[in-house]
Write a protein that binds this ligand. Sequence first.
Ligand code: S3P
Length: 185
Amino acid sequence: MEPGKFVSNIILIGFMSCGKSSVGRHLAKESGMNLFDLDSMIVDRAGISIPEIFETVGEKAFRDLESYVTSLISNHEASIFATGGGVVLRESNRDILKKSGMVIWLRTTAENVLKYTSKDNNRPLLEGNKSLEKIENMMAQREPIYQDCAHYSINAWENNLYQIAEKIWEYYEDFQNAGQEQLTS
Ligand code: S3P
């Protein structure tokens, strides 16, 4: 790393089960960069699981905690952040994400979400009747928001972890160079 050069964060966004945490771990392993998982930061602070937070204090309190941990991203550089799928719902969070690093949207399909969450009981928003239609509706609402927030997007269902990481490192180089040009022009 060149001394004095600002090194951007890498921020992974996308729908539940699109692979943000796995891709984050892979990137951290390849690069030695620090990895922060916003959902884990919330759980650490609350001292209870995400389903317990939703059950005891409700979604609004969860979103407030999520906004708080999101605000901490701007204190970092050269780190990787895996976010929760709903972090983009608040405009204030989106503003922080966009200003705090290179935002990558990992795109997935409703079929894959259903497949990968079928045995999962850690996602309160998908509890109850977990149907393809319900997931498709949620995705349709959120996709324009992910799109608006992201600098780049990657199809995460047709690429393996290595291919996704390779694309991210290519984008990262362009992003870093563009940032340096903006700083020096
Ligand atoms: C949520 C996604 C979850 C978690 C919470 C709410 C959402 O994270 O933050 O259950 O609103 O999409 P993952 O995307 O890691 O599942």
